[in-house]
Design a protein around this ligand. Structure first.
Ligand SMILES: [Zn+2]
Length: 340
């Protein structure tokens, strides 16, 4: 497996130091599976100021559609042939159709009654239970033989910098026959890799990362945790690959608990950098995709300027789909390893 990087260097004259020459390294990394490129640069420290949460949250509960009785009055219901009871419920969590659907079988699942849960307040049991709740939905849909029951996806946008329009913690849960871009590219490339190398890319990746120990964080049960070689996020990404699991329906309760445990560790470490927001996506094959292994990607999100609300995604990412990461994934690994 090739971890290819193109090293670059910028020379500037620094007016703060009598125009002394300063050399700043950067790198372009090539994702070993898809060939996607990611830029690593060094123009700021991995440290962000958190906002005044009280001011941010103030008043949002009064109109929150997931709070109190509203979650059972204003949220929509599934048609009777799909989910006869309309919405799914488990403990204080509720799952209902997404009012802003981007596919035909989209749902939203709340994490429960609490309106605001800081990243560091999530317990592994809570996350595992929410994932298992989403799996209940997937199994119900799968049992109906629905044509969209192909890929079963969970996405998590936590807090506004990550794209959440609500404070109330929730998951986006959907079934689709149309794999999203990056997942489709991974699926196609994994299939080619297996045909070419007669081995699974994902197993080879775990073995390589474990051996080099530059980006490997550790294993929890069947899940292997590492910082991504070519990250999408400005503060790196954390990747967890589950051994022997091709798809979301292959994950057992212990896997869900192990994934939740790892996420809690990662959240705790990113919190120390001032991060309070993230995206987390499931990447899954179909149940027959022997070339694929289930993995999740955790990507911290932030504002470049908190006061102005400047997002961490600008023109280079939005229109070129070229990513910028503010530190070497190996350095991020050292920061995160303290909690692993
Ligand atoms: Zn709420």
């Amino acid at each position: 497996m090739q971890f290819e990087r193109i090293k670059k260097e910028t020379v500037i004259l620094n007016p703060q130091k009598d125009m002394a020459e300063r050399r700043i390294p950067s790198e372009i990394r090539i994702d070993p599976l898809t060939g996607r490129t990611a830029r690593i640069c060094h123009f700021m420290e991995l440290h962000w100021e958190k906002p005044d949460f009280q001011a941010l949250i103030a008043g949002t509960e009064s109109w929150c559609p997931f709070c109190g009785e509203r979650v059972l009055t204003v949220t929509p219901c599934f048609p009777k042939d799909l989910i006869p009871e309309g919405r799914l419920r488990k403990d204080d969590m509720v799952l209902f159709p997404n009012i802003a659907p981007y596919d035909s079988l989209g749902a939203v699942a709340t994490f429960g009654a609490r309106h605001y849960l800081p990243m560091t307040d999530f317990q592994p049991e809570k996350i595992a239970s929410a994932f298992s709740f989403a799996q209940d939905f997937f199994r119900r849909i799968e049992a109906t033989g629905h044509p969209e029951s192909v890929y079963h996806l969970i996405n998590w946008n936590h807090m506004p910098p990550a794209g959440s329009s609500l404070i109330h913690p929730h998951l986006q849960v959907f079934c689709t026959s149309s794999a999203p871009n990056l997942m489709r590219q991974e699926l196609e490339a994994s299939k080619k890799y297996l045909e070419h190398h007669q081995s699974s890319f994902w197993e080879d990746l775990v073995a390589d990362e474990k051996q080099s120990n530059e980006r490997y964080l550790g294993s929890i049960g069947r899940s292997h945790w590492m910082t991504a070689f070519a990250p999408l996020g400005v503060a790196g990404d954390v990747l967890a690959v589950v051994e022997d699991a091709r798809c979301v329906l292959d994950l057992n309760n212990q896997d869900l608990m192990d994934l939740a445990t790892g996420l809690v560790k990662v959240m705790g470490e990113y919190d120390r950098m001032g991060i309070y927001s993230f995206n987390m996506n499931f990447f899954t094959g179909t149940k027959n995709d022997d070339h694929f292994r289930f993995h999740l990607l955790f990507s911290p999100r932030t504002f470049f300027n908190q006061r102005l609300g400047t997002p961490d995604i600008g023109a280079i990412r939005n229109l070129y789909n070229e990513t910028l990461c503010m530190a070497f994934p190996e350095e991020i690994n050292t920061l995160l390893k303290q909690g692993f």
